[in-house]
Design a protein around this ligand. Structure first.
Ligand code: PLP
Length: 399
């Protein structure tokens, strides 16, 4: 077997299952999960209709590059959302959800023959980045999100020695779990560093359409265009329909950016055999071409967060994030595992300990003392969970 498989870390939900193994939840309450970040709002009818109307596609092998119509729909969305004109034939590639693409990308980009080949991951982070780096034969290097900078990363705080061996940097904006949107100044710093050291930037933007400010989150392509990098050299962004259109089971997204890199990535994908089904392509075109369902979806999240966040802010150090569907809260006492375990036992609510989403470095574990709450259920259920969390914290205080 590939020995690198042994370097993979247990997934956070495996650790959560272990944490809960000895817990007997209070039977007086039904279970509410704020654990997994799986969208639960209804899938739009127009996507279902497009899927049902495209069953004929099952009779043929789909091309790995996707149909021109799909790539045009993706480019059309980028033009409307970010004001950027992409070449649909060279600067856009459909992928089966951003997860597989974020993983595969490291396999295509990293040259493991280089001593100390390094992949930079934010910390805390979406766990796929780490596994992708390890299986590509690289060393992950974790940079903490900084609570004093709205959980953004200080790119200019990383040592030159680290940059010199860095081949790939994962950016997650809006961030999971922090919900932070990376500001233009940080993009400029990162672009300057990429120009100096030649690394590739993979910008994971799958939460870009769920936001709480008036202004939509700045995207990587948009930042590059503003900074004058119209060819998007060394930049590839990853986006997805899963959250935007409530279709996590459809497995559909696209990558866009540097045409030279995408050409090589397409070659990799051709061998990998991960072409998107023609049915899914047809449904994806319908989804990318429609914005009304996205606006309605965002409104649901806004109402939900407006109801839940102030309730939780009474007892936890938490505030409305820039974007995403997570609350990233500091817990009283600072023990995130004990908080999650006892909350499950006493009130049957699942939250994810923040330390499971981050790695311990010399600077400590930036997730410890925090919990992630995914507000993906309907508002009433999330409000009920918040009420239980408030009761739980107040009861602990009085113990
Ligand atoms: C930060 C981040 N990136 C990527 C993904 C993958 O999403 P999908 O593969 O459904 O596009 C997720 C899913 O939860 C995520 O949280």
């Amino acid at each position: 077997m590939n020995p690198l498989l042994a370097t993979l870390q247990p997934y956070p939900f495996e650790r959560l299952n272990q944490l809960f193994a000895s817990v007997t939840p209070n039977a007086a309450y039904g279970h509410i999960s704020l654990g997994i970040g799986e969208p639960r709002h209804a899938t739009p009818q127009l996507v279902l209709d497009a899927l049902a109307g495209a069953t004929g596609e099952l009779a043929v092998y789909p091309p790995t590059a996707g149909s021109l119509a799909l790539r045009q729909a993706c480019a059309g969305w980028v033009a409307r959302r970010y004001g950027i004109d992409l070449d649909p034939t060279g600067q856009v590639l459909p992928v089966n959800g951003s997860r597989e693409a974020l993983f595969a990308f490291a396999q295509a980009v990293v040259d493991p023959r280089v001593v100390n080949a390094t992949v930079i991951c934010p910390n805390p982070f979406y766990q796929i980045y780490e596994g992708a780096a390890l299986l590509a034969g690289a060393k992950p290097y974790y940079v903490p999100s900084d609570p004093s900078r709205n959980f953004n990363i200080r790119w200019d705080g990383i040592d030159d020695v680290v940059w010199a061996s860095t081949q790939l940097v994962y950016v997650c904006s809006p961030g999971n779990p922090t919900g932070a949107v990376m500001p233009m100044g940080d993009w400029e710093t990162l672009f300057d560093l990429s120009r100096r050291y030649g690394f590739v930037i993979a910008s994971d933007e799958c939460y870009s359409e769920i936001y709480f400010r008036d202004e939509p989150p700045l995207g990587g392509l948009e930042a590059a265009a503003r900074a004058g990098f119209v060819d998007f050299k060394n930049l590839v962004v990853f986006t997805s329909l899963s959250k935007r259109s409530n279709v996590p089971g459809m497995r559909s997204g696209f990558v866009a950016g540097d045409a030279k890199i995408l050409k090589q990535f397409l070659l990799y994908r051709t061998y990998h055999g991960c072409a998107m089904s023609g049915m899914v392509q047809a449904a994806s075109i319908a989804a990318w071409n429609d914005e009304a369902h996205v606006i309605a979806n965002r409104e649901l999240y806004r109402e939900k967060f407006a109801a839940v966040t102030p309730m939780l802010a009474e007892v936890l150090d938490v505030r409305l994030p820039d974007a995403s569907f997570y609350l990233w809260a500091a817990v009283p006492g600072g023990d995130d595992e004990a908080f999650a375990r006892d909350l499950r036992a006493e009130y049957n609510v699942t939250v994810l300990p923040g330390s499971y989403l981050a790695r311990h470095t010399e600077a400590g574990n930036p997730g410890s003392g925090r919990i992630r709450m995914a507000l993906v259920a309907e508002t009433a259920e999330c409000v009920e969970a918040a009420q239980r969390i408030v009761a739980f914290v107040n009861r602990r205080k009085n113990k």
